[in-house]
Ligand binder design. Structure first.
Ligand code: SF4
Length: 387
């Protein structure tokens, strides 16, 4: 596990609470260079930009479409001396965001097309997705909701909560409500409290799920006040989003411990990101590290076809190879499901390796069929009589 950082930034060693962290976010190129004075001389910077002027121009050009913001805590995990620092690669804007010839759709999963009432997507019969906020502690350049995340003006106001509640209350086929965004935990404690208590009263709901990256980017958020709210709202499932083992800090572990002690089930979904976590070593370290701090790995997502993020996408063969190499060498509960969200709103499908290598009916006894499977190590095993 990473120590709380950083040799570069004394500021992150201060005991900031979550609101101070948010208020102190680094949002401009000037601030970023002040925090990371060595950045322009680093290899990663030279790979991404011709010079500081180009970097500043790109930052200002992109900020109207998708903001730049990072908490001092998360920036403190960055290491400019690393050629492929996974933190910097997730937060630094890149030229390829501007001219993506491969992925051209802002909403490839057709979430808006499945909008039921403003702020709510109802695509699967049993689940509804509520976009509670378009703010996040840190803006990730690969975000699949770039079309609206980071734009305060795009979020529906709290006056729309009532129609959303009415919709959920009148659609008894909805078993689960997923609170998402942006980051729903960017809302105030009071707002979250009243929303969760109201949801808890809806009899036909079996599950309330919160999607948040704050255990990764702002673990200070999980203080006693929030944990008391979550305890009162039991049972709540929290799905977070660690992408790299360097994000598994002592602060993150403490946040997860607080959550677990409040009766919250904590799962992780990550995205397979080119040059960031697309190796079996990195995935193994991430998955085992997650288990160690009390998080069950849930999904590994193939990167969605969102305009401006194609430079992040590792191919499916790479993902399948990683999944295969993880099998048999790691506890089963460490292995997430590798999934592809189908463009056009088709939903998730699992991406799986095929372990069956042959089929026949020549042995032993009449009519018996034979199938041969290989195990994780590539050794063949025969199954008899399975039709
Ligand atoms: S925290 Fe989630 S919603 Fe926010 S920018 Fe990152 S990926 Fe997008």
């Amino acid at each position: 596990m990473q120590k709380q950082i950083s040799k570069n930034h004394s500021i992150v060693k201060q005991n900031y609470d979550w609101k101070s962290q948010l208020q102190s976010r680094i949002t401009t190129p000037e601030d970023l260079l002040q925090y990371l004075p060595g950045l322009p001389g680093s290899q990663i910077f030279k790979d991404l930009y011709q010079n500081v002027d180009e970097f500043k121009q790109l930052m200002s050009h992109l900020s109207s479409a998708f903001r730049f913001a990072v908490t001092p805590y998360y920036l403190g995990l960055a290491n400019p001396e690393s050629d492929r620092c996974p933190i910097l690669l997730q937060i630094l804007p890149q030229k390829s965001e501007l001219k993506d010839q491969v992925f051209t759709r802002p909403d490839p999963l057709a979430e808006e097309a499945h909008g039921a009432v403003p702020g709510l997507t109802h695509r699967y019969p049993d689940r509804a997705l509520w976009y509670l906020s378009h703010n996040c502690a840190v803006y990730c350049r690969f975000c699949m909701r770039k079309r609206k995340v980071s734009r305060a003006e795009s979020v529906t106001g709290r006056e729309n909560d009532e129609p959303v509640f009415n919709y959920i209350e009148s659609h008894k086929e909805i078993k689960e409500v997923i609170l998402s965004g942006g980051d729903p935990l960017s809302l105030s404690d009071d707002t979250l409290h009243s929303l969760l208590i109201r949801l808890k009263k809806i009899e036909h709901l079996s599950s309330i799920r919160i999607h948040t990256r704050m255990p990764v980017t702002l673990p200070q958020r999980f203080n006693e006040t929030l944990c008391a709210i979550l305890r009162e709202s039991y049972p709540v499932t929290l799905v977070t989003h660690f992408n790299h083992p360097v994000e598994l800090t002592e602060e993150a572990a403490a946040a997860v411990r607080n959550l677990r002690m409040s009766g919250v089930m904590v799962l992780n979904q990550s995205v397979l990101l080119k040059d960031i976590n697309d190796s079996v070593e990195t995935q193994e370290s991430l998955l085992l590290g997650l288990l160690k701090i009390g998080i069950k790995p849930y999904y590994l997502h193939q990167c969605d076809e969102v305009n401006g993020v194609s430079h992040f996408r590792a191919n499916i063969q790479t993902g399948l190879k990683i999944m295969r190499d993880l099998q048999g060498r790691n506890p089963g509960i460490a292995i997430p499901r590798y999934v592809l969200d189908l463009p056009g709103g088709g939903g998730k499908v699992p991406l799986e390796n095929d372990y069956q290598i042959t089929e026949g009916n020549n042995t032993p006894g009449p009519g018996n069929s034979v199938k041969v499977y290989e195990n994780w190590a590539g050794d063949p095993y025969v199954i008899i009589g399975d039709r």
